[in-house]
Design a protein around this ligand. Structure first.
Ligand code: ATP
Ligand code: MG
Length: 266
């Protein structure tokens, strides 16, 4: 049984890509078979795993989804990259933004990514989808295909408004397209331990959503070490194995593996 988790927040720069990469590699180190899907035309996940020029790539998610839309045959392994830290990656590049526009006129346009994942998921224990910072068609495709959504929230500002809209979209997809969809939890990222922001924001969020939404027990601390990995093609476990961010992502991995929340309804 493969668990599909979309990592999403339409707010930019909150740690979606960093979380997808490091959670994925954490799960792979625990012996799980992991497929990462870069569902962002910026190709940040692809680049952060060391594939330097996503835009020069021939086979990407856009290629595959295009073939599904056009009902062309393709090899299910096509385009999948094998990273040395044990995860597989379906990369993305700028072509995904063209595909997003063309999706609007496609029949079952919300289900294209699901159709792909249905064919490949048996080969994996976990599939993590790194969503782009928008709630457009590709992100809706990710919600339609996923079992749950993990929401990284940056601890430096009050995200209430944006979060409200994100949760509304998730509920709508659950109602109309994917009744199994759950919220995996809210993950506080880039937490600066020198300030009380994180605690204050978490207090406000739990006041608003506590009981409805799971909050991950551990936060991801702010650290220049984490920022450095984006340009290096390696995980935080390789770059700074003893650091606090590596520890935090190890704990998040444990929490996902133990699946303690036991399915909170959206
Ligand atoms: P986008 O919305 O553009 O896709 P994102 O939500 O995927 O952004 P990331 O790319 O993961 O966010 O992170 C944004 C920036 O913050 C990156 O430069 C990343 O290296 C940095 N960053 C991520 N996590 C941390 C952290 N714990 N401490 C410090 N910097 C971090
Ligand atoms: Mg990103």
């Amino acid at each position: 049984m493969c668990k599909i988790i979309a990592i999403a927040n339409q707010k930019g720069g909150v740690g979606k890509t960093t979380t997808t990469g490091n959670l994925g590699i954490g799960l792979a180190s625990a012996g799980k078979k992991v497929l990462l899907i870069d569902a962002d035309a910026q190709g940040s996940l692809t680049a952060s795993l060391g594939y330097e020029e996503p835009d020069a790539m021939e086979y990407t998610l856009a290629t595959i989804l295009g073939k599904i839309i056009n009902e062309e045959e393709f090899d299910i392994q096509e385009g999948i990259l094998h990273h040395e830290e044990g995860v597989d990656l379906m990369p993305s590049n700028i072509e995904l933004s063209g595909l997003e526009v063309s999706l609007v006129n496609v029949m079952s346009r919300e289900m294209v990514l699901k159709e792909y994942l249905e064919q490949i998921k048996d080969q994996y224990d976990y599939c993590l989808i790194d969503c782009m910072p928008s709630l457009g068609m590709v992100t809706v495709n990710a919600f339609a295909a996923a079992d749950s959504v993990l929401i990284p929230v940056q601890a430096a500002y009050l995200p209430a408004k944006g979060l409200e809209q994100l949760i509304k979209t998730i509920r709508k997809v659950k109602r109309q397209i994917n009744p199994h969809l759950e919220i995996e939890g809210i993950l506080m990222t880039m937490v600066d331990e020198r300030t009380n922001y994180a605690r204050e924001i978490m207090r406000l969020l739990t006041e608003g959503y506590g009981g409805q939404i799971h909050f991950f027990k551990n936060n991801i601390p702010l650290s220049v070490r984490a920022a450095e990995t984006s340009a290096m093609g390696i995980s935080i476990y390789e770059h700074d194995p003893k650091g606090k961010v590596a520890d935090a992502y190890r704990e998040l991995t444990e929490e996902i593996l133990s699946d303690m929340k036991g399915g909170v309804a959206v």
